[in-house]
Design a protein around this ligand. Structure first.
Ligand code: PMP
Length: 387
């Protein structure tokens, strides 16, 4: 059965070049990078190279790159690490209601432990007004965290403007760039951020690897205590395979991301055009222009999101009904709730997220399947019949 994968915001397939780079580490290169002998040194050298590759891709210095177990850990660390290190100065954090659950749940944890959290307003596309950030900052504020691109609807937030406001007011700024990196320019110095999160498995590297960029000189406490790894800030024997994979994928992306992004945009735009012009009662949820090039997020009226995903899967098309982490929950995700959709659109989110390997045939195949499934589901919907 032909299968088309349009869920690249949930995860991406391993790049074959990454798989080749990993081969020696599955066999002979098995040392512990902390050991001084030959086996350890071989691994330590490869690790250093991977750190340089990630740093070069993000425009950071290698010593500003800290490897973690993924985006979730990096987000937890950024928030808790800064909150705990600066609590004497104040216990106030500013964020948005449409962050990934790893930010929202961490904020909830901090709120239960005495921190005050301000959630910024968002417009109907999920966009934040930097002026609201300026208004939210008080003398107690120690951190602002706003994602660079929303993983569900793809809206790009004005992170550079927000970072400039934070810098002027002496507040640290963190951005979750997991859904943005590889799709739009992400240069830490250009953005002016203090902390930034990326995740390997969204970039054709193995799962279980991420990075927290921490600008030189930022005071942060460790989340994980133990050995001296990651300059004493993140203990535990390094995930050598994952790190080598992420380094390799960053090296590839540094060269290829603009071409990849242009391909994804062309395919995404054509798909979006087909859906909006040929299927009635569909709403596009992301921002019309301030949006990453690989995401088309729709609400398809009179159709239930989970039913749509399952029926598309039966037709060979893999998509998501919300964020991967939120799917399976009966409640709409915080992003959807924040968008304040009318009831007929609120339960029917569907996200098509394109990847570097998608083709024009995939667009045609997915659109034909979507058209069939929507017709089928609406035919048995009393709401659609009686509208
Ligand atoms: N932030 C965003 C925006 C994400 O989409 C994800 C992955 N769903 C994460 C953080 C978490 O990354 P990881 O899966 O590496 O823990």
């Amino acid at each position: 059965m032909k299968r088309v994968y349009l869920d690249n915001n949930s995860t991406t397939p391993l790049d074959p070049r990454v798989a080749i780079a990993l081969e020696p580490f599955l066999k002979d290169v098995f040392g512990n990078p902390s050991n001084l002998h030959f086996f350890g040194r071989m691994c330590a050298e490869s690790l250093a190279e991977a750190r340089e590759q990630v740093a070069a891709f993000l425009g950071a210095a290698p010593e500003e790159v800290y490897f973690t177990s993924g985006g979730t850990e990096a987000n937890n660390w950024a928030l808790k690490g800064v909150a705990f290190a600066h609590e004497a100065r104040g216990r106030h954090i500013v964020t948005s209601p449409i962050e990934h659950s790893s930010v929202l749940s961490t904020c909830q944890y901090l709120a239960e432990n005495g921190w005050r959290i301000t959630y910024l307003p968002v417009d109907r596309f999920g966009l934040i007004d930097p002026e609201d950030v300026r208004r939210a900052i008080t003398k107690e504020t120690v951190l602002v965290s706003v994602m660079l691109a929303n993983n569900e609807n793809g809206t790009i937030e004005p992170v550079k403007e927000i970072a400039a406001i934070c810098q002027k007011t002496g507040v640290l700024f963190h951005t979750d760039a997991v859904a943005a990196v590889g799709k739009i320019p992400v240069q830490v110095k250009e953005l002016g951020v203090d902390l930034l999160t990326i995740s390997g498995h969204k970039l054709h590297a193995p799962k279980g690897t991420g990075v927290l960029y921490i600008r030189n000189g930022i005071e942060i406490l460790p989340l994980i205590h133990g050995g001296h790894q990651e300059r004493g800030l993140r203990a535990g024997t390094e995930n050598v395979l994952g790190i080598i994979g992420l380094g390799t994928s960053c090296k590839v992306l540094a060269q290829e991301w603009p071409t990849q992004a242009a391909t994804m945009k062309r395919l995404r735009d054509r798909f979006e055009q087909l859906v909006l012009s040929r299927i009635p009662e569909v709403r596009l949820n992301g921002h019309p222009t301030k949006r990453v090039p690989n995401v088309a997020h729709f609400s398809i009226g009179y159709v239930e999101g989970e039913a749509l995903v399952m029926n598309l899967d039966l037709e060979g098309v893999a998509v998501a009904s919300g964020s991967a982490c939120a799917s399976g929950e009966a409640e709409p995700s915080p992003t959807l709730r924040a968008l304040r959709l009318e009831p007929i659109f609120a339960n029917s989110p569907v996200r098509f997220s394109f990847g570097k390997d998608n083709t024009d045939e995939d667009v045609d195949f997915a659109f034909a399947a979507l058209e069939r499934v929507v017709q089928r589901l609406r035919a048995i919907s009393p709401l659609w019949q009686g509208r």
